[in-house]
Write a protein that binds this ligand. Structure first.
Ligand code: SF4
Length: 160
């Protein structure tokens, strides 16, 4: 069973673990643009075609640090192999680490509902796009900022 948290779908969707050693936001956008062009050219409609698209490159052969399967359609950045698109069948299996959870997600899962809600509100208040959100979640900077925010506002009962 794939591990998953609410954070993974927040703020337009998180792509923080769809790659590593990201170079810059601009390079992430460029990688997604090139991936999307390849996806549109391949036009994979059924499972075998999606697997062929997936396997056009080795899992470690990233594009500017970004997974080659990450695409953008109709303004949404997503993985076309994700189980939410295939009746829970996970086409990422044996390709990426589907059980990975970032430090922010692991920590978030340990919080009480009140603290989770406060974090979600904190993120919404920042009005950041989904790339800045993803990078902040992946690096843990949003988590650290939130804990500092709680501290400075005297919400020590919510600190762990
Ligand atoms: S970086 Fe964290 S929150 Fe984002 S998709 Fe990965 S596990 Fe989920």
């Amino acid at each position: 069973m794939t591990r998953f948290t609410l954070l993974c779908q927040l703020n337009g969707g998180c792509m923080g673990c769809c790659g590593r050693d990201f170079i810059s936001k601009e390079k992430i956008k460029e990688a997604i643009r090139e991936n999307t062009e390849e996806f549109k050219a391949a036009n994979p409609l059924v499972k075998a075609q999606l697997m062929k698209f997936r396997d056009r490159a080795h899992p470690h052969d990233l594009r500017y640090g970004v997974c080659r399967n990450l695409i953008e359609l109709e303004g949404k950045i997503f993985c076309p192999l994700h189980p939410s698109l295939h009746q829970r069948v996970d086409l990422r299996t044996n390709h990426c680490d589907i059980d990975f959870m970032c430090r922010t997600a692991v920590t978030f899962e340990t919080w009480v509902a009140e603290k989770q809600k406060r974090f979600i509100d904190f993120i919404a208040g920042k009005k950041i796009d989904n790339l800045d959100f993803s990078l902040g979640i992946d690096k843990g900077t949003l988590l650290d900022e939130f804990e500092a925010f709680l501290q400075s506002n005297g919400n020590t009962e919510l600190l762990m």
